[in-house]
Design a protein around this ligand. Sequence first.
Ligand code: KIV
Length: 268
Amino acid sequence: MGRYNRMGIKNLKIDQFCKSKRKLVCLTAYTTYMAEIIDEYCDLVLVGDSLSMVLYGDKNTTRLSLSTMIRHGKAVRKGIKKSILVVDMPKNTYEKSPDIALKNARKIMKETKCDAIKMEGGVAIAKTIKKLVKNNIPVMGHIGLLPQQVTKSSEYRIKGKTKNEENIVTKDLLAVQKNGAFSVVIEGVTERLAIKLCKIAKIKTIGIGATKKCDGQVLVTEDMLGIFDKTAKFVKKYNNLRKIISNSVKKYNSDIVNNKFPTKKNIY
Ligand code: KIV
C-alpha cells in the first residue's frame, strides 16, 4: 500500500523510508537553521514536543499549544530539502476524539506542510490512528515511555520491567501497526521488550532508549550535541556544545571588557 500526503498524493519519501534496507537516521529540530544543518544526514526530522522542555524550559511536554507547534513546524519546513518532516501532535490535541484529532492533524499538515504527524499511545488512540490514515494523513506512532503522560521527573521510568507492562506495550505496538501507522518510535523500554517488539513489528521501528535492533534511532539534537549537563543514559553526546558556547561567550566578554572588540574589521 502506498503512503499518501495531505493532497492524497503518494508520499514517495515515506515509501522510500518504509522500504529502506539500511538503518534509519532521525533527529529532532525546532528551528530553521538547525533543520538545515541536520537535513543532509537524516532520513527523518521530527519537530518533537520535547521543544517545550528544550527551548522553553518547561518541566514537561504537557503545556505545549497547537499554535506553538505549528510555528516551529513552519520554521523547520524552511530548512528541510530531503528528509521526511514529522510534527508531533501536542497533548490534548488528539486524545478526546478521532474527529478532533483529524481537524488538528489537518491543520498541522496544511500549515507546516509536513509529511506526517506523530502521536503518543497505542490501544487508547487506535481509532484515531485509523481515522487519520483513512484520511490520507501518514501517522508515526510512539509507544513505551510516553512523555506526554509524565508530569514529574520521577515518572520518567523505563517500561517493560514487569510482564504486565510488557503486555501493555506489545498491545500498543499491535494497535499502532494494525491501524496503519507507517512507523513507530519505541521509547524507554527494557532491551528485552524492545527486541521482542522489533521481532513483531512489520512497520519501521525507531528506537530511543530501546535497542540497536530497531530499524533506526532518534535522539533530541540538543541532547546529542551536549547542550545539557544532565541527560538520560540513552543519550550519546557527540560534542559539548555547552562548553563551546560558554567558552565563546567568555572570550566575547573579555574582548569587550578589555576594549578588543570591535576592531577596525568590524566597523564601517
Ligand atoms: O518529542 C520528541 O522529541 C520525541 C522524540 C524524543 C522521539 O518524541
